[in-house]
Design a protein around this ligand. Structure first.
Ligand code: NAI
Length: 269
């Protein structure tokens, strides 16, 4: 049986993934702000470092896989925090854990992005470049300034929409750029991403927490299957990417979104 670290393990897709991996007999090291084996704020450098140290201590320096699922949505009021949590919280932790993944001989990492990276038309290219260049402070400032420049009616509904879509776009690009570098590919550490669409989790359901408030056919983006996703629909693919048998896929971004991206961009590869 394998040992996996799962971030965001207290809720939604992370909780479903941790539960599925545990049920399959694996050891799961959960990381979250609350209700987890390791309590850490991945939005801060100190939190990421503590999480990494504690994961490495618990797994003894050999880790079979990481599911980097922790993240926040576009309704978060602080756009800077969205960048720090969604992009830097994922990337920095994975960079730190890469040697332990290499030590396993068949290390696997899967990152949760979003189909917002391709379906939300307000990617901030400068913000993406700052993230990919590793400039967290500059990215935070840029995200905040861009959020403040948005029309008031958009800010009222989704204050961090640009930072959110840009953070997930940068994450997908980081996965593709990083997966093929020798430090990952030639160490047998496979790195892939999942781009979920609308999934019924506390993040999507917000304050009311009531799925009945949402109609797939009245949703702002098309939902060809006529249903929203469940956390288990994402956990299924998380499990597949973490399997040692999944040995010829790296740098992939898999859309698990009920067909939204295909409906909006039918001719994209
Ligand atoms: P959720 O809110 O149910 O779970 C997210 C978990 O991440 C929570 O347990 C939360 O405490 C944790 N988390 C948030 N900030 C953290 C921090 N600074 N440090 C450590 N842990 C932190 O949400 P859900 O939907 O399960 O989200 C999982 C991932 O999926 C996120 O990255 C989100 O951006 C992404 N996503 C969600 C979609 C949806 O429709 N629900 C659509 C596309 C992407």
């Amino acid at each position: 049986m394998a040992t996996f670290a799962v971030t965001g393990s207290a809720s939604g897709m992370g909780a479903a993934s941790a539960a599925a991996l545990s049920a399959a007999g694996h050891t799961v090291i959960g990381v979250d702000l609350r209700d987890a084996d390791i309590l850490a704020d991945l939005g801060t450098a100190e939190g990421r470092e503590r999480a990494a140290e504690e994961i490495l201590a618990r797994c003894g320096g050999t880790l079979d896989g990481v599911a980097a699922i922790a993240g926040v949505g576009p309704n978060m009021s602080d756009a800077a925090a969205v960048m720090s949590i969604n992009y830097f919280g994922t990337v920095r932790l994975l960079e730190r854990l890469r040697p332990a993944l290499a030590a396993s001989g068949a290390g696997r990492a899967v990152v949760i992005g979003s189909n917002a990276a391709s379906t939300v038309p307000i990617i901030d290219d400068d913000l993406v470049e700052l993230a990919l260049a590793g400039k967290e402070q500059a990215a935070r400032e840029r995200a905040r300034a861009a959020a403040e420049a948005m029309p008031a009616e958009v800010r009222a509904m989704v204050p961090s929409i640009s930072a959110y879509a840009s953070s997930k776009f940068a994450l997908a690009r980081w996965v593709r750029r990083t997966a093929v570098t020798p430090a990952w590919a030639r160490q047998g550490v496979l790195l892939n991403g999942i781009a979920p669409g609308a999934v019924l989790t506390p993040l999507m359901l917000g304050a009311t927490g009531d799925a009945a408030d949402y109609d797939p056919d009245g949703f702002p983006t098309p939902m060809p299957l006529g249903v929203f996703g469940r956390p288990e629909d994402i956990a299924f693919w998380v499990q597949q990417f973490l399997r040692p048998e999944a040995r010829f896929t790296t740098g992939a971004i898999l859309y698990v979104d009920g067909g939204t991206d295909a409906a909006m961009r039918p001719d994209a590869q």
